[in-house]
Each structure stands twice: as structure tokens, then as C-alpha cells.
Design a protein around this ligand. Sequence first.
Ligand code: NA7
Length: 541
Amino acid sequence: MAQKRPPATVDALIVGAGFAGLYMLHCLQARGFSAHVIELADDVGGVWHWNRYPGARCDVPSLEYSYSFSDDLEQEWQWTEHYAGQAEILSYLRHVASRFDLRKDISFSTTVLAATFDESVQRWTVTTDRGDTISAQHCVMATGSLSATRLPDLPGIADFAGEIYHTGAWPHHDVAFSGKRVGIIGTGSSGVQAIPMVARAAGNLTVFQRTPNFVVPAHNGPIAADRRKDWQQNFRDYRARAKQVGTLYEFSATPAFAVSDDVRTSEYRRRWDKGGVNFMHAFSDLMTDRKANETAAAFVRDRIGEIVHDPLVAEQLCPRDYPIGTKRICVGSQYYETYNRDNVTLVNLRETPVTQISVDAISTGAATYPIDVLICATGYDALTGALARIDITGCEGERLADKWAAGPRNYLGLMSAGFPNLFIVTGPGSPSVLVNMVVGIEHHVEWIANCLTDLRDRAAASIVPLPQDEDGWVRHVNDEADKTLFPLANSWYLGANIPGKPRVFLPFVGGIGRYRAICDEAAQSGYAGFAIAPQKPRKDA
Ligand code: NA7
């Protein structure tokens, strides 16, 4: 099918047609800007286009993991389950694209290769793999926080001759598991969701686990009629609160040791029985006090011991060397129960690392496992990976990749000094993956759209953060992380999953409410911390 080509000149070029890119396009068009989206995939959806692995679903409740900008959309779209599956979220995004007539301004199946800032005209020149060259006053990177997939660098993996899939780049055809010997590497959120589904379908399943994760039950199901009615009547209040807190969990103001052991355990039990990430908000100090955190970790380990029949397997599944929540907590359905199945084997790679992958098997020091289908649930180059795949060059020929070689540097997570008119949605230095992504996205998109409108009103050519304010923000992001337990885990929040990636805590842990206030203040103060350049008078004027 012939693809729509981008215009040669545009006010704003947006990269990515997921939740962020679609809303950015809608917002800018509503304000009278010319805007165009370049999207790698052949349709909208972002990560929900790619993550089609069995069991893929969002672990933020669907009523909240959706746009709040349109009351009509809110009322007309009916989510079926408390936690929506991938197919339903993708249908929603397709519906949004059609309802707001967005596809006409999206070039699909097109990869942005490079973006270069031309200081003489204060514009970006963007090139694509289809030979397009676009001149844009502004560039918005809506490239996703968890979109740059990563295969494990295990010896011999390139020799494997069976079917091999990454959960984040799943094929669009059905994958047949029946009677097959399936191996899965990785036990993060994606592995935890896929493992029970694949175990039911496969001949046998071998799970290769490097680090066990804490998994709380989802207890997913249809949205109850009274819940739906309550949401439809009160959604404005709920959405307003979500803008301050992210997801509407039951946040506790009580420290873990302010209550008796019995009261604490029954609170964990109540939240466990209810399901979801809400578990992590049982007490106010779980992410700041190691001993408090350990009470929650011990509760989950006790549940693992109860659920998993084989005590040796249960022990292998128990995380012991990092605080709960410092690697992203997983939400599962029948995850631990799956290890009671006769056709499931757990291999602990800490004890017996992979020594060789051959054409049809994975070997560890202790055994060889014949494999027909290999699933890599091995995660992403988080927050910076998708940006790093584009060759971005700012003022004085500086490349973003070089500037960020020792860790990302930006102001408010939104813009980087030396790269005028380049905006990043939910990137490093913003709350990003620590809050409901859609809440974060709506905030960024609206801030950027307001900023572009202010610039137009002032007849300004460009905006760029000041280096000293950027330095202050980078320090603040690190200081905030250091007040928490997060730095104690080797997580992708710190880039620890990518060999050679600098160990820097990437998202802003200070909360979306505080972050929102800081960004609002920057805008209301006339963009303190930024330099705004006027348009140069035209030669013919
Ligand atoms: P994650 O959370 O990064 O999980 C990746 C898993 O893969 C994790 O268990 C890793 O172990 C494991 N892994 C990665 N590389 C290897 C190698 N080389 N050998 C063995 N095991 C490996 O990615 P997900 O896709 O599950 O989830 C990402 C987020 O997407 C999720 O939190 C949601 O927000 C959506 P490790 O822990 O590094 O030892």
C-alpha cells in the first residue's frame, strides 16, 4: 500500500503514534498548528501495536489508563475488564485515531533516521528511511519509554534455528505452542504475564530466570456495573485527582511500624486479596525505609511459599537481594501457581548460567534443554533507548548521544540544553514510568502545546533550557532518587539491564503532582530556566 508522505514543511514533526504521539497531534491541530506524525509501525498504537504476546495486558486499571481530555470519548468507550488486554487497548487507540481523524496526518511504516537543528533558520531537518526530508520548527519525540527492545547477549543465540520471539516485537500471526518445547528467558512483567498462558498451551515450558521478581495477583475480571456507573458519574473528580497522584491507589499516610504486626499483616492481606500495585501503597515508608520494606517483601515471600508446592522451586522464586518495588513490581494471574504444573520447569540462571545456545537447545552448566520456540521477555533499553536510535544533532554540531553518554541531561525531563525546540514526552528526568503513563503523557503534551502556543503568540523562533537550570534539575532528579530505596536494585530504572549503560536513576521520583507544579511554575513565570529567541526579521521585510 502506498504510504502517505510527510509534508516538506511543518510547524511540528512528531515521532511516534502511540498514546503520546496521537494526543500531541490532536492537541496541536486543535490549536491551528500544522503537525505530522512519523510512525515506524503500519498502524497506530505504539507499544500496544507491538506487545501482542500471550497474556499482554496493562497493570494500571483500564478506566484510568485512558485519555481524560475528551468527556465524550470518556463516556462512549466502554472498557470490559478492570485491567485491559493488549487487543482492547489497541482497539481503543485505533478508535481514537479514527474519531479525531488523525490518520490523515500520519506517515506509517516510516523510520526517522536523523534530526538536525539548523541554527541559521532555527528549524529541525528530519530525514527518514523512505528518503523524506522535512523542515520542522519543532520536533516532539513521542518515541516511548519502553519501546527499544533488547535481545539477551547469550552465547550462541544467533545460532538458534527454531522460532524466536521478543515479547515487545511479537508477530502479528498466531504463534502455535501446542506440543512444542518452549523456553522463555526473563521474568519481568512481560514474562510474568506470558508464562501462565504459554504453559497452558505448550507441550512443555522451561523458564530461564536470572532474577526472581515480586509478583502480586491481579484478580482481574469484568468491570462491575456499580463501578462503571460510579466512574461515569464522577469521572471528572477521579481524573482531577489522578492528575495529582498518577493512579488512584489507596495511598497510606501511616508508616509500617506505627501499627502492630497483626494489623500490618492484615493490611497486606487485604490488599493482596484486592490485587494490583495498590499493594505497594499499604504504608507510607515502604519505598524509603528498608526495614519497613522488608515487612512487605516477607509477606509476598510467605505467599510464594504457600502457593508453590515444591519448596525448592518456591525458594528459587523468592527475591531476596533487593527491596520490593525497587524493580518494577509485577502483577500476575496464576503466576506462582503455574510452577505447580507438571509441564513447567524453572531454571535458576544465577546458579547455572546459560553456557551455550545451539540450533535447538539451551545449555547451562548443569543440563541441556531442547527448545522449539524461544521467547525472549528480556526487556528494553528503557527511557533513552528509542531516542538513541535517532541521530539527533543540536547546536554547534553536538550530538544528543554524545551529550548523554554519561547519562541523560535535560531540564524538567522535557528539553535538553543545546537542542532548541526539541521536546521529549515521558523521557528521563520526568515521572515517566513511575506513574500512570497516560497521565504523564497528557501532562507533557498539554505543556508542550501550551509552550508552542506561547511561542507563537510572542513571535518567538525557539526555546531552549539554560545549562545551569538543566544541571540543577539533573541534580534534583538524582537527589530525589537517593532519598528512596530505588538505587538499591539493579533495575532498568537505573539502566542496569544494558551492559555499558551509565548507572543513573532515570525517572523523577518526586511524584506527578509536584512535577506538574514545577512545570506549571516554569511556564507561568515566562519560562524561567529557558532562553527564548525571537524570530529573525525576514530579509525581504
Ligand atoms: P524487564 O522488566 O526488563 O524484564 C526483563 C527480564 O529479562 C528480567 O527478568 C531480566 O533479568 C531478564 N533478562 C534480561 N537479559 C537477560 C539475560 N541476558 N539473561 C537472562 N535474563 C535476562 O522487561 P519486561 O518486558 O518484562 O517489562 C518491562 C516493562 O514494560 C514493565 O515493567 C511494564 O512497565 C511494561 P534481570 O532482572 O535483569 O536479572
